[in-house]
Design a protein around this ligand. Structure first.
Ligand code: NAD
Length: 243
């Protein structure tokens, strides 16, 4: 990054678990950062209240904040009562984020995808980013994450935009409102005496601080001048606990 102008960041979904850690790491390295979200949970950075399904709200925040790099980590949480919310936010909302980025001339977009985009309920071992999306998605949430990710990757190199998608599996760490809560509720219900599979199942969990750092590294790597724009390939990165 030496000699390069520093980016101005907008963390979409920055009030959430992962988004919050990304914001904190950007602040720690003295970057300029704002948050765009439907709820405000933190008050130490400029906040833009809005819904990503409304392109004009995203575009307005991008222009007002002078954003040069979007980190889009917004999504409804798993287990929604009405699964249509996933398509609305993760597919239509992501489409609106891309359109807003192109309209506002933002050159960089980092997307939090999910390892679930290549999971159909059957074991998958040693997959990498070349694996195709499954014909039958696991559920509405994972289907919407895959469609959103595909939009992000297709957008790379078009309209002056470079994109990257990260695929975390389970995420743990301070501020988690899903994983540990779910495990604790299962414990409280006494649901502790069961085994999944033959007890050799593997699943990758990523510490939220490492995932936040991966977003910053990915953003830093999206440098058009280092690549021939015509040859630029969008990228997907699958995170495992070994990285
Ligand atoms: P989270 O619910 O804590 O944060 C998501 C944020 O997005 C929230 O602040 C929410 O208000 C915001 N948001 C939701 N809909 C929005 C909309 N329409 N417009 C603007 N903001 C909106 O979730 P998280 O655990 O921090 O997840 C972050 C990302 O990581 C998501 O994209 C999720 O799909 C992905 N992911 C999470 C996990 C996990 O285990 N938590 C695993 C794999 C992938």
């Amino acid at each position: 990054m030496s000699g390069q102008k520093k980016d101005v960041y907008l963390v979409i979904g920055g009030s959430g678990f992962v988004g919050r850690h990304i914001v904190e790491q950007l602040i720690a390295r003295e970057d300029v950062v704002s948050v765009f979200d439907i709820v405000q949970r933190h008050h130490d950075v400029p906040f833009y209240s809005g819904d990503i399904t409304d392109q004009s709200q995203v575009e307005d925040a991008l222009r007002r904040s002078g954003t040069t790099c979007i980190i889009h980590t917004a999504s409804p949480t798993a287990g929604a009562k009405d699964p249509s919310i996933y398509h609305k936010v993760n597919v239509e909302g992501t489409k609106a984020v891309i359109a807003a980025a192109v309209a506002a001339g933002v050159p960089k977009l980092v997307y939090t995808s999910s390892a679930g985009v290549v999971f159909d309920g059957n074991d998958v071992i040693n997959l990498d980013e070349r694996a195709p999306y499954p014909e039958k998605p696991f559920d509405a949430y994972n289907e919407s994450k895959a469609l959103g990710e595909a939009l992000i990757l297709e957008a790379s190199g078009k309209g002056g935009l470079l994109t990257v998608a990260l695929r975390p599996a389970g995420i743990f760490g301070p501020g988690d409102r899903q994983m540990m809560v779910g495990l604790y509720q299962a414990y409280q219900r006494g649901q502790t005496h069961f085994q999944v599979g033959d007890n050799n199942n593997l699943f990758d969990y990523t510490y939220v601080g490492n995932l936040a750092r991966a977003h910053l590294i990915a953003a830093d790597k999206l440098v058009p001048s280092e690549h021939d724009a015509a040859d630029w390939q969008s990228d997907t990165v699958t995170l495992t606990d070994k990285e």
